[in-house]
Design a protein around this ligand. Structure first.
Ligand SMILES: Nc1ncnc2c1ncn2[C@@H]1O[C@H](COP(=O)(O)OP(=O)(O)O)[C@@H](O)[C@H]1O
Ligand SMILES: O=c1ccn([C@@H]2O[C@H](COP(=O)(O)OP(=O)(O)O)[C@@H](O)[C@H]2O)c(=O)[nH]1
Length: 232
């Protein structure tokens, strides 16, 4: 199976001293050993937020802040790349989708971060999954799935076990209307998931073995997003 795994920066590198880089590398190596093709997209996490905060204070504009964020996502990507067995990886972090697809077509594990301002790595992962015709897109994030409301704010929020792509778009679109709200998958990514009909999973990445379950087993702990066509 060809799989794109999106790992939130806060999941992979909660901080550079205490990170899950080796665990994620082991999970990716295990999946490759089982015959899967893996592309990983890595976020910026707290380190990106710290740099963005510092640059905002000295007057940088939003696009400049995004460029800083992208730089940190690439730094985190290099960290994951450094932990992976070099015999199965492309040795550089691609800066665009074409380079990443070339890696995938060569049979190498590719690890990339952001590409252009005004989006997040959720969207990068969705576009890459569409571009390489991935069989599955997995979001390893800081919440156990997509809930009826923000589980960090609403105590009795319930997790959706299954959502159609359209339901995901509607759920995330309504979240974005609240200023300052964050979402488990960003709106642009949900639109790409919808148009590409991508089989998608959203799960808690604190335990990286959940990613293995989401690729290898039909039963896993998280929210499954099914293409609209499948739900009809
Ligand atoms: N309905 C919802 N379901 C799940 N998470 C939600 C929802 N609404 C808001 N959130 C928020 O989405 C965020 C997703 O995690 P985030 O830290 O942005 O992930 P990552 O670092 O993986 O990109 C969480 O902070 C959670 O509080
Ligand atoms: O293609 C991209 C990817 C990331 N970013 C910037 O980098 C930050 C960190 O990336 P992301 O939010 O995906 O990381 P996370 O914190 O979710 O791990 C984002 O907030 C954006 O500012 C961007 O501009 N373009």
């Amino acid at each position: 199976m060809r799989v794109v795994v999106s790992v939130g920066g806060s999941v992979l590198v909660p901080d550079p001293a205490t990170n899950r880089v080796a665990e994620y590398a082991a999970v990716i190596e295990g999946l490759v050993e089982s015959g899967h093709e893996i592309a990983a997209v890595v976020g910026g996490g707290g380190v990106a937020r710290e740099y963005i905060g510092a640059a905002r204070e000295v007057g940088a504009n939003e696009s400049e802040l995004d460029q800083l964020g992208i730089a940190v996502t690439r730094l985190n990507s290099k960290l994951l790349l450094a932990a992976l067995d070099e015999s199965i990886t492309a040795s550089v972090v691609p800066e665009n989708y074409e380079q990443a697809r070339t890696d995938v077509q060569r049979g190498d594990v590719t690890v990339m971060g952001g590409v252009v301002p005004a989006q997040t790595t959720d969207a990068v992962a969705a576009v890459l999954a569409e571009y390489v015709d991935a069989d599955r897109l997995v979001f390893a994030t800081s919440v156990p799935g997509v809930f009826t409301a923000d589980p960090n704010e609403v105590e009795d929020a319930e997790r959706h076990d299954v959502l159609t792509a359209s339901e995901l778009v509607d759920t995330v679109a309504s979240m974005e209307m609240t200023a300052g709200a964050s979402a488990p998958v960003d709106l642009l990514a949900t639109k790409v998931i919808q148009r590409a009909g991508l089989e998608t999973v959203v799960l808690d990445g604190a335990d990286p073995t959940r990613v293995t379950d989401a690729v290898e087993n039909d039963e896993f702990d998280g929210t499954r997003i099914v293409p609209d066509a499948e739900a009809e």
